[in-house]
Design a protein. Structure first.
Length: 311
């Protein structure tokens, strides 16, 4: 990093730049531009509501300022991350999930989409969760994003479950703009002077953009994702596990996290952390009696104890 201010264009995840900023010589400001709520990546709400409070257990803090939300396919969002460097990262131990004490979230619409869509997403998610968790109040707030804080049209939902030991789990989903590919034929008559009248068929394709995935389905998808993450008995959800690997590798001492099924992203992150940072990881099935019927694992890392030479 050449200086304290960095501007990044595109939907680059905060976690890519954070490890560099933590060991910089001075406080950093990361200006990230692109989609804040898009497919194939954690929503910015996940970063602020789940990733931030958990990753700060390594011994650092950062500020996440959402200047503008941006949605697929236009993007246009802007987030500013501010953080100060540290001397060294602390190890973490996230193996005791505790019991779920709170479930809350937000269902949002932006642009031309009606507020009713947000209310329908929230209601559908609550109904789905209550089929499995009946003793907790589920507080999902429908939100109409202010026009001066959101670029383009979009809708989605994120639901957080908080436990008695401070663990956080999430389920999320987005309304999708679907392009439908139609196939058809066109025909016209053509006179063939040697064989009489023949018919020539012209095969054609055309694409019609439509707004797909109704509000109820978006809410149910998020609720089912959350419930699936709670069933496996881990202390982190499927999206957080791979994001913690680089910090575990750089920290001092031994870090341990309990997860559900180890994702391909996590396996890849471990491989490169071992190759590049020379950290040592082990992954084994959880031996806790309460996990006997669950697909839970312990990921353990002997971190390299990287120190900041600038501090």
């Amino acid at each position: 990093m050449a200086g304290p201010r960095v501007e990044v264009d595109g939907s680059i995840m905060e976690g890519v730049s954070m490890p560099c900023a933590l060991f910089a010589a001075c406080p950093s400001e990361l200006r990230l531009k692109g989609g804040t709520n898009a497919e194939m990546a954690p929503q910015i709400d996940y970063t602020a509501m789940v990733f931030k409070p958990i990753v700060e257990k390594f011994g650092f803090t950062f500020n996440c300022d959402i200047k503008m939300r941006g949605y697929y396919p236009k993007g246009g969002g802007e987030v500013i991350i501010r953080m100060s460097p540290v001397k060294q990262l602390n190890p973490i131990n996230l193996t005791d999930r505790g019991s779920v004490t709170k479930i809350y979230g937000r269902a949002f619409v932006a642009g031309v989409l009606p507020f009713k869509v947000a209310k329908d997403m929230a209601a559908a998610a609550v109904r789905c969760i209550r089929k499995e968790i009946r003793d907790l109040y589920v507080n999902i707030q429908p939100v109409q994003e202010p026009k001066d804080q959101a670029f383009g049209n979009g809708n989605g939902i994120i639901i957080i479950a908080e436990t008695s030991t401070g663990c956080l789990f999430a389920g999320s989903s987005l309304g999708k703009r679907v392009s439908v590919l139609y196939y058809g034929t066109n025909q016209f008559a053509k006179m063939n002077y040697t064989s009489g009248l023949s018919i020539l068929f012209l095969v054609f394709f055309y694409i019609v953009p439509v707004v797909g995935v109704n509000a109820d389905k978006v809410g149910i998808e998020a609720a089912e994702m959350l419930l699936a993450n709670l069933r496996h008995g881990g202390a982190v959800d499927e999206y957080l596990q791979d994001q913690l690997i680089i910090f575990m590798a750089l920290a001092s001492g031994i870090s341990r996290i309990k997860t559900g099924p180890v994702t391909l992203h996590t396996q890849t992150a471990i491989h490169f952390a071992e190759q590049l940072a020379k950290a040592k990881f082990t992954v084994k099935k959880s031996e806790d009696e309460e996990d006997a019927s669950k697909d839970a694992y312990i990921i353990e890392c002997q971190g390299i104890g990287m120190t900041n030479p600038n501090l």
